[in-house]
Design a protein around this ligand. Sequence first.
Ligand code: GDP
Ligand code: MN
Length: 378
Amino acid sequence: MDIHEYQAKELFEKSGIPILRGEVACSAAEAASIAERVGRPVVVKAQVHAGGRGKAGGVKFCKTPEEARANAEKIIGMQIKGKTVRKVLVVEAADIASEAYVGITHNRAARKATFMVSAEGGIDIEEVAKNNPDAILKEIIEPALGVTRAQARRLAYHLYPNNPAIAKQAVSLLLNLGKVFFTHDCTLTEINPLIVTEQGELIALDAKVSLDDNGLARHPELEELRDLTAEDIGDAKAREAGLAFHKLEGEVGCIVNGAGLAMSTLDVIKHFGGSAANFLDIGGSSNPQKVRTAMEIILRDPNVRVILFNIFGGITRCDDVANGLVEVLNSTEVGVPVVIRLTGTNEEEAQEILKQANVITETSMDGVIQRAISLANS
Ligand code: GDP
Ligand code: MN
């Protein structure tokens, strides 16, 4: 789950990370009156779950409340990476002397969280990693220890080798960022840019926090940070229905039961030269309603050219899935071909149901996937 910059900054503030607080506005008039109250130049910042807002024109420096009004007018309603901006953060402007990058994220290769810092801040870390990888210092975090003081010192002095006063402040900031990451079960905590002001203060000028959905049960208070207006309708529907769903960029819509089978289905699609439109695990005990919801979610994606079912019936009963599918086919104009392979519990009953409804079935996983790919390409 992604949260907005202003929410991430609240978490930072509670953990002792210096920020500029600002206020959130939903209209240009509100933005102007906040700027009036600040009484100094402000920055108006789009609050949207997307990076690169600055480049997209979603971060604007404003000398006067009138400028704040005009910029908020432009930014609210703007699309950034396909997401509509509904709110802006109006925050006093800082005088920037230097910009750095600091962030913690999961490192799947190390199977541990990793701290990354770079003195080249303000630009995407991916770009730095590509063009100047030596600028980035990484520290792998031992889960039992968390971020250690020694690690924080190495990272801080990498950023500010010639400025011990700032490096010292950075040590405690980096330790606090580690606390934010681990106490909230984050998948990402990032400050880009972390700035030193002309006045010599260290401030987190931006804040990006992503929370691990699987950790949310341990932090019910964080659930309140969910912005339902920002959430993709498909994601919201899937969450309500208890389906594990992730949208991907390809053309083969997938309905699979079990995360492992879903992952291998994606691998085999790739193997045969296709590309999956999504990961979707309908889970065990798939009642017909789940199948309907799954199809509705997948069909919202205009890239989908075929729907592929790959079902291994254990607890899931194949006839339940078949009934769900036939019910959908009978009541809605699906618009794309559907192919299905199912095996396991109540397989024969399912085959009978599908045969009567003229649904394309295949017996092997390879077979159904190759069939789906050729239908997607036809
Ligand atoms: P992002 O583009 O979504 O990462 O948004 P950021 O919050 O990182 O802002 C983008 C850039 O705008 C920063 O790297 C800064 O260079 C600039 N910026 C943001 N806030 C201020 C500010 O208060 N003063 C000045 N001078 N520049 C700012
Ligand atoms: Mn940023």
